[in-house]
Design a protein around this ligand. Sequence first.
Ligand code: NAD
Length: 421
Amino acid sequence: MNQDNILDLALTRLDEAARHLEIDSDVLERLKYPRETTKVRLMIRMDDGSRKSFLAWRCRYDDTRGPTKGGIRFHPDSTEAEVETLAFWMTFKCAVMNLPYGGGKGAVQVDPRTLSKAELERLSRAYVQAFARILGPDRDIPAPDVYTNAMIMGWMADEYASIVGQSVPAVITGKPIALGGSLGRDDATARGGYYLLRHLARELGLRERMRVAVQGFGNAGQFIASLLAADGHSIVAVSDSRGAVHCPDGLHIEALLRAKTAGKSVTSLAGQAGVTEVPAEDLVTLDCDVLVPAALENMIHEGNARQVRARVILELANGPITPEADRILTEAGALVLPDILANAGGVTVSYFEWVQNRQGFYWTVEEVHERLKVIMEREGRRIWDIAQERQVPLRTAAYVHALSRLASAIEAHGTQQFFTS
Ligand SMILES: NC(=O)c1ccc[n+]([C@@H]2O[C@H](COP(=O)([O-])OP(=O)(O)OC[C@H]3O[C@@H](n4cnc5c(N)ncnc54)[C@H](O)[C@@H]3O)[C@@H](O)[C@H]2O)c1
């Protein structure tokens, strides 16, 4: 995702939502641009004694509803435009879920697989040193994203504590449990999507035993497959970067998980009873009731959208459907549960972690699940109702819902009408 116009493309969602609401022009002026994007060059010592530099960014897109919140990605293709687009999405995701946060995002342009563990630690600490004046539990709160994890968050929290001279666990979420992480954070994204799907199953016209295809068998993909399989649904296909496997009677999830734990591809199951290997790109076109994109951006595009046979798509990945593909799917009658709602379970449990850190009082996993369920069902229902009332796709309804919350917060500071009347 490194085209220069990706933020412009993302902003078309804002314009579309604005057409359904009567909002002050101040609101759009505020939301059309990121509040601040800081770019730095991080310099670290490599294991061989040399020094190497890496570009890094932190964007705080909008903080009207609270401190900015969003992950840090370590990826060789990261760009400033991508960071700003992801921060824009976070602004809307937090508003959809009514979390008291604005949206932010960060990135380092690096392939972390080329670094040793010690170099990775130095890079993570250098990121916090560079951005410490922007970060803070009431200012900007990072979390993991692509190729960053709980250990990296632990190093970052530790570095922040040394800079400010005290432990401040609420400055970063997605930490290891031993350092103040929340129970239930590991499967939160998938679990949120699972609660949403279960809650709206009747309205979505889903049958009691669904056939599900999952694209991307990583964190989000493995957990959603396990949760749905445990309820008796059939996972008919899964894919990873190396290929896909298909079994119309349902794949054996435990065997797939074992293969991944052993470092093998899902395709290693091919050849077992009824299991065939198919090219990874064919997964989205297979016959199923629910398609779950849980890999990367732009996987469903103009070139394959017409072949999608699923009637319901649960977007666990961020931005897996291009705007053209979205139009094709909507015209064909597919129902897309959009990313800013469907994968918001992750940031919601991050919010729970921040709350627990600030209270110094920790919840059981059952409490985390119950609170997540309540929020997913409440906001999912509201978005379903908006879509029905206004006869718009669920994605537009989610943006309308978020924009009305953002507009109320921005307008509460006084609108043009207030100052001129
Ligand atoms: N993990 C979270 O909490 C979280 C929260 C919100 C959104 N998301 C989004 O969900 C998506 C997946 O995140 P994750 O944390 O599960 O990442 P991950 O790295 O654990 O898993 C990604 C999976 O996608 C597979 N993949 C890569 N290219 C593929 C291809 N061409 N075809 C099929 N599979 C391919 C990889 O092999 C891997 O199995 C991303 O878009 C991420 O932004 C994740």
